[in-house]
Design a protein around this ligand. Structure first.
Ligand code: KIV
Ligand code: ZN
Length: 526
């Protein structure tokens, strides 16, 4: 397939810029703490992404600290911090990433008239000046600077070209063209980028990147069109999370390039066998459930229902499968431990899976492992993964579940009593007689915390197959117009639901207290 040439040295390799922790974290209801962000960043490193956009340091002290912790602790990928073009933003981004062995500052400003007039309330000349100053400032700190013309696909390409030229003149080494509102179509995007190459020949000396949103379901198609036009970096997020309908799904663009490599002639450095695990981790920590039919990482992405298909696959896998499930890591659910396994066995099993737990964290994991092993004959790698991720969720500041009691019968309405640990260290109890046992527990938690939360989404799944499988519950709820998402894992579905509810409540209450969105500035990137 013929592709326009990007930067020559990267001619057959597409860099994967992961923005799960920045654009992804801007999805409604998601709020990850530092520990969770670090866990995701380590997993992204195992996955082999080239760049981790770790956050938006100016947004809040919490964001700054998380980006700084990732920059200090995570080695391998480039660690990038986002900044608007203001002096304080660029400075904060630099201070957050400066301790990384491979720091990058990513600065952006809109080039569309809609944004310039209505949101920025300024002029094109001012936008050029801001872009120049921000890139120059960033280059004063670090060599690796990325510049994005935001909402570029709705902007005048000639004006965008002028701004891009300025950014290149000031030393930006990556130019990222953003389809901020998911409006462009693949052929249109290719033509737009081809025109940009004509208008800015120096674009061939830097890395062209694309950042596409999924409002019309075209994020991956548009990213691919960008690659065909010469882009050698794609910005994407695990499970496609991000503002509104989300970003291009990392796993989809990666598997498209890998599966059709012979035709396209391009590939990434991603270790695809880590895709499924990364997807599960992000889903658990964000509370965003992956739809069953989601390409690559959905539960059914490799399942065959019709007899004809099953028959074909049994005879020859490739009759109905274009990818082997093992290449994306949907595979081994090996039995690792049982109820006689000790702390040492647990620790080495976890280490083998990439989790390093010591001290209190190991004690807690061991206690929960024992409780599960008592009820479940075989504890698999998938169970352990769910359990450890569930423990990470405990670190959300806010409420935690102390205990609950439910009386359920088909003869009278169920009654629940709960005790919840409050943020100030005290406990509060509440009780409720509800429609069903889970509803009664949720209402009792509302009574204990004094928060009138409204449930908006409730999903139950099983971590593995079989009757004794661990149950996994995902909840989205609303407090005063602010959403919070949470997940819980347990052999007891009521316990998993109560844990998920309390976590979602903590996130929603924190968001509501922060005025709807935790610390994001009004003109944050999309
Ligand atoms: O969607 C967007 O335009 C963004 C920019 C910050 C690149 O997220
Ligand atoms: Zn975006």
């Amino acid at each position: 397939m013929s592709t326009s040439t990007g930067k020559r040295s990267d001619a057959d390799r597409v860099l994967i810029f992961d923005t799960t922790l920045r654009d992804g974290e801007q999805s409604p209801g998601i709020s990850l703490n530092k520990q969770e962000k670090l866990e995701i960043a380590h997993q992204l490193t195992r996955l082999g992404v080239d760049v981790i956009e770790a956050g938006f340091p100016i947004a809040s002290p919490g964001d700054f600290e998380s980006v700084q912790a990732i920059a200090r602790e995570v080695q391998g990928p480039v660690i990038c911090g986002l900044a608007r073009t203001s002096h304080q933003d660029v400075e904060a981004a630099w201070n957050a990433v400066r301790d990384s062995e491979r720091p990058r500052i990513h600065t952006f400003i809109s080039t569309s008239d809609i944004h310039i007039e209505h949101q920025l309330q300024t002029t094109r000349e001012d936008v050029k000046g801001q872009a120049r100053a921000a890139v120059a400032q960033a280059r004063g700190y670090v060599e690796d600077v990325e510049f994005s013309p935001m909402d570029a696909t709705r902007a005048d390409v000639e004006f965008t070209a002028e701004v891009v030229q300025i950014a290149i003149d000031e030393g930006a080494s990556t130019i990222n063209v953003a389809d901020t509102v998911g409006y462009v179509m693949p052929d249109e995007f290719q033509a737009y980028l081809a025109r940009l190459y004509e208008l800015v020949p120096a674009l061939r000396n830097v890395t062209l990147s694309v950042h596409c949103h999924d409002d019309l379901g075209l994020a991956v198609a548009n990213s691919f069109a960008g690659v065909l036009a010469g882009a050698r970096q794609v910005e994407c997020a695990i499970n496609g999370i991000g503002e509104r309908a989300g970003n291009a799904a990392l796993e989809e663009i990666v598997m498209l390039l890998r599966t059709r490599r012979a035709h396209i002639g391009l590939d990434t450095s991603i270790n695809t066998t880590e895709l499924a695990r990364t997807s599960r981790l992000v889903s658990r920590l964000t509370g965003y459930v992956v739809q069953p039919n989601k390409a690559i990482v959905g539960r059914n992405a490799f399942a065959h229902e019709s007899g004809i298909h099953q028959d074909g696959v049994l005879k020859e896998r490739t009759t109905y499968e274009i990818m082997d499930a093992t290449t994306v890591g949907v595979s081994s659910n090996s039995i690792v431990l049982g109820k006689h396994s000790g702390r040492h066995a647990l620790r080495s099993a976890l280490e083998e899976m990439g989790f390093e737990l010591d001290g209190q964290a190991l004690n807690t994991a061991f206690k929960r492992f024992k409780a599960i092993a008592d009820r479940k004959k075989q504890v698999t790698a998938m169970d352990l993964e769910a359990l450890v991720t569930d423990e990470l969720r405990e670190e959300i500041a806010g409420f935690t579940l102390d205990w609950f009691e439910v009386e359920a019968s088909s003869l009278r309405p169920p009654h629940a009593k709960v005790s919840v640990n409050l943020p100030d260290g005290s406990t509060a109890s509440g009780s409720f007689t509800g429609d069903g046992p889970i509803d009664a527990v949720f209402q009792a938690i509302n009574a204990a915390t004094g928060v009138a939360a409204k449930l908006s989404d409730f999903t139950i799944g099983a971590v593995t197959e079989g009757q004794d499988a661990l149950g996994e519950v995902s909840i989205v709820l609303e407090v005063d117009g602010s959403t919070g998402a949470g997940q819980g894992v347990s052999t007891d579905i009521i316990d998993a639901s109560a844990r998920a509810y309390v976590r979602a409540l903590s996130v929603a209450v924190a968001r509501s207290a922060a005025g709807g969105a935790i610390g994001l500035p009004e003109t944050a990137g999309g």
